[in-house]
Design a binder for this molecule. Structure first.
Ligand SMILES: [Mn+2]
Length: 331
């Protein structure tokens, strides 16, 4: 008889990734190794070594970005269950692969696991969905569960806190390594009980509030009739806060476009871009011109050379935001 295989769980360290695995391991509490990281750590399958008889669970990691390593593990004889909602390219056909992929903008990995498990840890699926910025979808599902406004708000607060804890360049930037946070979450079948008993959520909230206050106190670096730009120095707080600040600013002034720029020690700037909430189209196109990417209303640029800054500011000022595909104006 061959020895029993190992179980290895691999997930993004944001709320959606962690809550997907929490649901799974609460239902199947076999000893498993966890491999996770920060939000920016996407190519995690490269860190896995496994072979025949091993079972790998992958949640919330782009298959496209992990395809080569996925094939390596499958060819080595491991069996892989894969739950994800990022664009995948061609999904390999392999007897060892069971893929649960759904690219709907109203879907996330936690909800895919919820679907597979028949809602047996629904509250954790909701935490993941709230954390993945799917408040509307999560609210609708929570209402069907009969959760009142107070409970919905609590699950949302937890999801947003777990998610915020994944932002930074290294684990030194975040309050608690996502793998440690996972072990805490896993202990609670009821996330509301965790909120009552564990001070970590309050500490993440306080850190985020302080980060946001520090950023807002800087004031805009550039302010025009149609847009505002913030420029943050390179620091742990600014490495955490960029995306949250961009969302907050967009909500404050829904008629304006927003960009949050951050300087880095290496030189190139990092940018988070938000279209005006009232005309939330055009972000992906703008970011793509500078090597970035995104969706209609929210996007980013990983490395904007300082020499390109003026060109970016001009393009941002001139950008044609629109209310929808039909209304988009030609460039
Ligand atoms: Mn996700």
């Amino acid at each position: 008889m061959s020895p029993p295989g190992r179980r290895i769980d691999v997930c993004n360290g944001d709320a959606d990734g962690l809550c997907a695995v929490v649901q799974w391991r609460q239902i199947d509490p076999a000893p498993a190794e966890l491999i996770t990281g920060l939000k920016r750590d996407i190519e995690l399958l490269g860190r896995v070594s496994a072979g025949a008889g091993d079972e790998i669970l992958v949640c919330d990691l782009s298959m496209q970005r992990n395809l080569r390593e996925l094939l390596r593990l499958l060819d080595a004889g491991a069996s892989v269950r894969y739950f994800d909602h990022h664009a995948a390219g061609d999904v390999p056909r392999h007897p060892g692969l069971q893929a649960h992929l759904d690219f709907s903008p109203r879907m996330c990995s936690s909800l895919l696991v919820d679907r597979f498990l028949g809602g047996r840890r629904r509250a954790w699926a909701l935490v993941g969905a709230y954390g993945d910025n799917l408040a509307e979808v999560a609210d609708a599902l929570a209402l069907r569960e009969g959760l009142d406004a107070g409970r919905r708000a609590a699950l949302r607060r937890l999801g947003e806190a777990v998610n915020y804890n994944a932002y930074g360049d290294s684990e030194a930037d975040v309050l608690i390594p996502p793998a440690d946070l996972y072990r805490l979450l896993l202990r609670y079948e009821d996330p509301l009980l965790l909120l009552e008993r564990e001070p970590v959520v309050g500490r993440i909230d306080a850190l985020r509030d302080a980060d946001l206050r520090q950023a807002l106190a800087l004031g805009p670096w550039r302010e025009g009739a149609r847009s505002r730009i913030w420029r943050l120095p390179d620091a742990a707080w600014s490495r955490r806060v960029g995306g949250s600040l961009a969302n907050l600013l967009a909500g404050q002034r829904p008629a304006l476009a927003h960009a949050v720029l951050r300087d880095t020690a290496a030189g190139p700037l990092v940018a988070s871009v938000r279209a005006p909430l009232r005309a939330p189209w055009g972000t992906h196109e703008l970011c793509a011109r500078f090597g970035g990417a995104g969706r209609a209303g929210a996007g980013g640029i990983d490395a904007l050379p300082p020499g390109e800054l003026k060109r970016f500011v001009d393009a941002f000022d001139a950008a044609q935001w629109s209310r929808g595909r039909r209304g988009r104006q030609p460039r």
